[in-house]
Design a protein. Structure first.
Length: 256
């Protein structure tokens, strides 16, 4: 039979099952026109299967927040493409974009990305995905990209606005209690963003964040924070899935 969700903690092969079951539970619990899915570090909004399926099935409104100005320009220009992916949006739902980073406090900070020619991007498909407040982190990726053939790629520094999660939501008129799913991909700052969430008033059924680039001690601190608000966390290869108490399920019924 199906593996219970909690067993996914120690069975990496069931990581996809954990995520799929949790998304379905969030949809059943708070899908619908008045609820939201929020993606922080959205890149181009080119969501993978595990996130695209529930966003199209659940009728959620969607907020994409992206800190990199060049990536945001392409994301914002893709509105028509996203309307095609989420046809319910034309029926009174909302899809919104925010050029901003998210952090504990409001600030303006230098943000580092990699800029390259079309040939560089052809040589290294993930070039546009590199963006961080850590110059060192971006430089490591840039050096790797150059070795892989992105010979003219260079580091780009730009100042970006940083918003606390509560201000990001209020700017887009999103009631915190209406956020069903929150996804974070912030190149090593994921833990800081998650720990800045006002979980006393914000209570998503599902929180997904990347754990690949976290600093030592950052992941256990983030898990302890989530546990203190009743979330159970499941560490997969690259991501951690946190499920709100009462929202757990083992049921998978969709065709993923």
């Amino acid at each position: 039979g199906d593996t219970p969700l909690k067993e996914g903690l120690v069975k990496k092969a069931n990581g996809g099952r954990v995520l799929k079951a949790a998304f379905e539970a969030a949809c059943r619990g708070r899908g619908g026109a008045s609820n939201w899915a929020v993606s922080i570090g959205a890149h181009y909004g080119d969501l993978d299967l595990n996130t695209l399926v529930p966003l199209t099935r659940c009728d959620w409104n969607v907020l994409f927040a992206e800190a990199s100005p060049p990536v945001f320009r392409r994301l914002n220009a893709s509105l028509d493409e996203h309307r095609a992916l989420f046809p319910h949006i034309s029926n009174g739902r909302r899809i919104e974009f925010s050029l901003s980073a998210v952090g504990p406090e409001r600030a303006v900070m230098p943000f580092y990305t990699v800029q390259g020619s079309p040939a560089d991007h052809d040589a290294v498909y993930w070039l546009s995905e590199v963006g961080s407040f850590s110059r060192k982190h971006v430089q490591i990726h840039l050096d790797s990209a150059r070795r892989k053939g992105a010979t003219t790629a260079r580091l780009l520094e730009q100042e970006v606005e940083v918003l606390p999660p509560s201000e990001l939501l209020s700017r887009h008129r999103i009631p915190p209690e209406r956020v069903s799913v929150l996804m974070v991909d912030a190149e090593g700052y994921d833990g800081q963003i998650v720990r800045a969430l006002p979980l006393g008033v914000l209570a998503p059924d599902l929180i997904v964040f990347e754990n690949t680039h976290l600093r030592d001690g950052d992941h256990p601190a983030t898990i302890a924070f989530l546990n203190s608000f009743g979330y159970t966390a499941y560490k997969m290869k690259d991501d951690t899935v946190a499920v709100r108490a009462g929202a757990e399920t083992n049921t998978i019924t969709w065709d993923w």
